[in-house]
Design a protein around this ligand. Structure first.
Ligand code: ATP
Length: 140
């Protein structure tokens, strides 16, 4: 069976991850507290749900532990990002990928059990720099 993904936070990063997975043919659940974001997400995810990921009962009700990978794409609200990661871990989610705001945030996420921590702005900056030096290398 094809892998199932959930993306929490439909900001620029979460939207990009979710829509790309959906384009590749995977089932994607999009979650956000903001109803407008969820209205927009309907076009590029399989299911879009308005919910607060810091509410463990809401995540349980969505059957979040049955997803193969959950991406936490909450940015500015570091507390919500940490609480969400902790809840996902406690609910037994197999693979948790989390966007970090900074190194310290990333360290906390790793300590509480995030399987992968990503720093989109930093990583993209590094890629752009490398691409400027050797534009012929296809790094995708
Ligand atoms: P980006 O750079 O990816 O646009 P950002 O770093 O500016 O994002 P935010 O806009 O703060 O991040 O958060 C991304 C999304 O996460 C927002 O749409 C926000 O509504 C959503 N979000 C924040 N807290 C929660 C939560 N507790 N549960 C679900 N969604 C949340």
């Amino acid at each position: 069976m094809a892998k199932q993904y959930a993306v929490i936070g439909m900001g620029r990063f979460g939207t990009s991850v979710a829509s790309e997975l959906y384009e590749m043919g995977y089932e994607v659940l999009g979650i956000d507290t903001n109803e407008d974001k969820i209205q927009d997400a309907v076009d590029f995810v399989t299911h879009a749900v308005t919910a607060d990921s810091t509410d463990d009962n809401a995540l349980k009700a969505l059957g979040i532990r049955n997803f193969d990978v959950v991406v936490v794409a909450i940015g500015a609200d570091i507390q919500a990002s940490i609480l969400t990661t902790l809840i996902l871990k406690e609910l037994g989610v197999k693979k948790i990928v989390v966007k970090a705001q900074n190194e310290l945030h990333g360290k906390v996420l790793t300590k509480i059990g995030a399987d992968k921590v990503v720093y989109p702005e930093r990583d993209m900056g590094i890629r752009v720099a490398h691409n400027l030096i050797s534009p012929n290398i296809l790094d995708y």
